[in-house]
Design a protein around this ligand. Structure first.
Ligand code: GSH
Length: 96
């Protein structure tokens, strides 16, 4: 039987400032165990999987139940909306 895909997958690499923004949200919300982080710079299979999903290599990309979400602002908004219990993203997430 195929292994069940995790509910939330984040394609990212830490050198990317937009990914850092999403990673700060994940830390702030304590979602580290809930989201499987896949580095597309270190792992060619992850990069290829991202291209299959989106047709591009842009990160960050959050996959929610198989559906890709691009754009760090949208991802941060989504995470706070779903998991923030009323918490808002701190302004320091938006340095640029
Ligand atoms: N507007 C996007 C910008 C994301 C972005 O530019 N990511 C860069 C890395 S820092 C990237 O993926 N570049 C490679 C590509 O676009 O294929 C966001 O806020 O998420």
């Amino acid at each position: 039987m195929p292994e069940k895909s995790p509910e939330l997958i984040l394609y990212q690499y830490p050198e990317c400032p937009f990914c850092a923004r999403v990673n700060r949200a994940i830390e702030d919300l304590g979602l580290e165990q809930k989201i499987e982080s896949r580095n597309t710079r270190l792992d060619r299979e992850h990069r290829n999987a991202l291209i299959q999903l989106t047709g591009r290599t842009q990160v960050p990309c959050l996959v929610v139940e198989g559906k890709p979400m691009l754009e760090s602002a949208d991802i941060v908004d989504y995470l706070y909306r779903e998991y923030g219990r009323g918490k808002k993203p701190p302004r320091r997430f938006w340095p640029f």
